[in-house]
Design a protein. Sequence first.
Length: 220
Amino acid sequence: MPGLTIGDTLPNLHVDTTHGKINLHDYVANSFTIIFSHPGDFTPVCTTELAAMAAYADKFAERGVKLLGLSCDDVRSHKEWIKDIEAYSKGKKVTYPIAADPNREIIKQLNMVDPDEKDSSGQPAPSRALHIVGPDKKIKLSFLYPASTGRNMDEVVRALDSLLKAAKHKIATPANWKEGEAVVIAPSVSDDEATKMFPNGFETAQLPSNKGYLRFTHVN
Ligand code: BEZ
């Protein structure tokens, strides 16, 4: 059975976190939400990632996006670990909740298990998984990194900006796109529709096939 992936509905799990007990659908409510897992508390790469998330929290808040971290240890351990994270991030506060999963039930249901990583007691450990969930509670995007590779938070923001734009307009974002650059018009939109839909106009790339499918425009 494939695990939770894009297009699936986030299971409405009850979860214990550093901010108290939550259920996932109530937490997401009407916001895009980033749920990101870490192999374990008091581990080096995880500490840098959670500190980076603390430093980027304002960028996510500006976009109306919620954060939820997850690491397999218990809430008491998380609260001790947060002191290290905040010291490492030079005082940036961990304002987002971190979920606990000592029984490894949540990571199984959220497809966050790394088959190659075990903790010191031989239990499965989480991968560096990250799901972006939409207000409709569906998974819009997933990253899956091994324990040895820390994530790039600029890429998380970039991918999120792409998702937010594509949720608003019939567009997609091209390779290496960054906020402010031209986007491409979705293939389902005809040229006539595009003329009405995109007040900034659009430019069609001239390609040998002459099919006119690569059309660039600017949207806010
Ligand atoms: C880390 O966060 O540094 C880490 C955790 C588990 C395995 C390898 C690295």
